[in-house]
Design a protein around this ligand. Structure first.
Ligand code: NAP
Length: 280
């Protein structure tokens, strides 16, 4: 039987519409500042996308495109200024940053109440101990997809391929918080296929095209592909061999049109939550 293709575009549109409606009830528009250092064309596309999302949600937004050679002190100074501004609810620093900038110092400088990307270690700690706070957008998007399609998580075997601080690790924590039994795989995992075949829910966030082949997918498993890669032809693709894996999966996310658009919508939702907290 053909699997259910999980439609991230439609879900993102629905979330943004809900965010817009909730934002209209506030006394002031939510405000998001996006900071990019250097002229990386791929990052610029993301920054432009965030501006468009803000317009769709009725938010105020500011973009800062700073020279690649900016001194760290100057960048930290800008973040501190944004921290103190009443019209800015969320601050997003586009990564990667140039090598002379200490990324850890940057993320620690973002005020926790404006850390809508959840990069500050304090925010990550809140996730770890199950405290209220922002959740990182990409793992939150993967979770939202699972919730939208009413995929039961309690007691399920979930395998997450990838252990980065921004995707794999927080996603594993979020699945664990919903009572899944979670395995995290990485480049030192001894038999990736064996691990993946145990998954009721298989999530790949490795950034390797064709890493997940059909013979690694259990019959009836649900497959979430978080990755955004370019294949040899330059086309956007995930980690999963979609067509072949779809023959075994019960649910599957496409790339593009899966987790990616929902990630952008989660940033809008986090900014709304920040604005609501600031206006209490
Ligand atoms: P990352 O920091 O490079 O981490 C990749 C992880 O995958 C690492 O933990 C690595 O293991 C593991 N890995 C790599 N190759 C592997 C292999 N052959 N077998 C098993 N594990 C392997 O990447 P990231 O920032 O987490 O991003 C992961 C993917 O998600 C990328 O494609 C990225 O573009 C995409 N992404 C998508 C969104 C979205 O909005 N949908 C947002 C962010 C990222 P080690 O730790 O052992 O090196």
């Amino acid at each position: 039987m053909a699997p259910i293709k999980m439609d991230g575009k439609a879900l993102a549109a629905k979330i943004k519409e809900e965010v817009r409606t909730r934002a209209e009830q506030l006394s002031r528009r939510p405000g998001l500042a996006v900071v990019m250092v250097g002229e990386d064309p791929a990052s610029k596309v993301y920054v432009d996308g965030k501006k468009k999302d803000c317009e769709q949600c009725g938010f105020y937004s500011e973009e800062y495109i700073l020279p690649a050679e900016i001194a760290q002190e100057e960048l930290l100074g800008l973040i501190e200024e944004l921290n103190s501004r009443a019209d800015i609810d969320g601050i997003l620093i586009q990564h990667p940053l140039p090598g002379h900038i200490d990324e850890k110092a940057v993320v620690r400088t973002i005020a926790v109440d404006k850390d809508v990307d959840c990069f500050n270690p304090y925010s990550v700690g809140q996730l770890l101990v199950g405290e209220e706070g922002f959740r990182p957008c990409t793992p939150a998007a993967a979770m939202r997809m699972l919730h939208e399609y009413e995929i039961p998580l309690s007691g399920k075997n979930c395998v997450v391929v990838g252990r980065s601080n921004i995707v794999g690790k927080p996603l594993a924590l979020m699945l664990l918080a919903e009572h899944a039994t979670v395995t995290i795989c990485h480049t030192r995992t001894r038999d990736l296929k064996e691990q993946c075949l145990r998954a009721d829910i298989l999530v790949s966030a490795a950034g390797r095209p064709s890493l997940i082949t059909a013979d690694m997918v259990k019959e009836g498993a649900m497959v979430v592909d978080v990755a955004m890669n370019r294949n040899k032809a330059g086309k956007l693709c995930g980690d999963v061999d979609y067509d072949a894996a779809a023959e075994k999966a019960s649910y599957i996310t496409p790339v593009p049109g899966g987790v990616g658009p929902v990630t952008r919508a989660m940033l809008m939702e986090n900014t709304l939550l920040a604005a609501q907290a600031h206006q209490k």
